[in-house]
Design a protein around this ligand. Sequence first.
Ligand SMILES: Nc1ncnc2c1ncn2[C@@H]1O[C@H](COP(=O)(O)OP(=O)(O)OP(=O)(O)O)[C@@H](O)[C@H]1O
Ligand SMILES: [Mg+2]
Length: 278
Amino acid sequence: MVGNRDCGEGDMGEPMIEFRGVHKSFGDEVILRDVSFRVDRGDAIVILGASGSGKSTILKLILGLIGPEEGEILVGGRDIAPLSERELVEVRRGIGMVFQEGALFDSLSVRENVGYRLFEEDAVDEAEIEKAVRRELGFVGLEDAIDKMPAQLSGGMKRRVGIARALIGSPPVVLYDEPTAGLDPVTKRTILELMIRLRDLEGVTSVFVTHDLHAASVMAGERAVADGGGGVRFLSGGDGAGAARNRFVMLQNGGICFEGDYPGLMRSTDPYVRKFVS
Ligand SMILES: Nc1ncnc2c1ncn2[C@@H]1O[C@H](COP(=O)(O)OP(=O)(O)OP(=O)(O)O)[C@@H](O)[C@H]1O
Ligand SMILES: [Mg+2]
């Protein structure tokens, strides 16, 4: 485990994920060249970049599925590069991954898909798993779909099940790979609201990779607050309601051509950033 999701104010400002001078190539092709960035505990980072710029590669490096040729990747303050596969399994337990298209197992029910991680562990009893599965399905508003098979779900429902699956076991870190790609505006909004709630109300450290600038602007411009009656409200606008702790990184040619907040991204004079945002 990289830490507890329920973190207090005292934990803020502590790096949860950090890349230090990371190089990654596949064969002769250099994908990441001296890439450094950090995400503090409870913060979010949006990594923007064109197709093929290395966004999914960054997520695979954080999960320790692939290793860098150079540099350090710290998760919860610990460099994961030298870890054994067994130690990496422990690290991955603290990270929820939302795959593009949901990536559900077609032959498993929604219950089995969401509970997969816990079913695999053996140590957790069935009643506990059922409770956890229902809690995460409740969070994404799909408790009624628990007995369904993936083929019976719409694309948007699959994405929400994919989020519930990532949240099982309350990992303190959640990685999202293009979670809004190919969705209609209403479903996309639902997914973004879930991500904002996790960031603002659940203390989750989030890494969101996308080429969707509109999704990025929603993450930057809105904040979730509990309304006191068990509901959630989303604040937006120029009144400082936007997410101060949501950072942005843009990849280009293997490097980072922008790092900072959303207003900074919009004001950037870097020619590639201008092309991307216009
Ligand atoms: N296992 C691999 N072996 C060889 N090349 C790879 C491998 N994984 C990724 N690549 C290459 O690395 C580059 C970056 O891939 P990556 O999947 O990280 O891009 P991406 O930014 O996620 O793109 P997209 O927006 O299309 O998902 C691509 O050129 C890809 O072909
Ligand atoms: Mg990708």
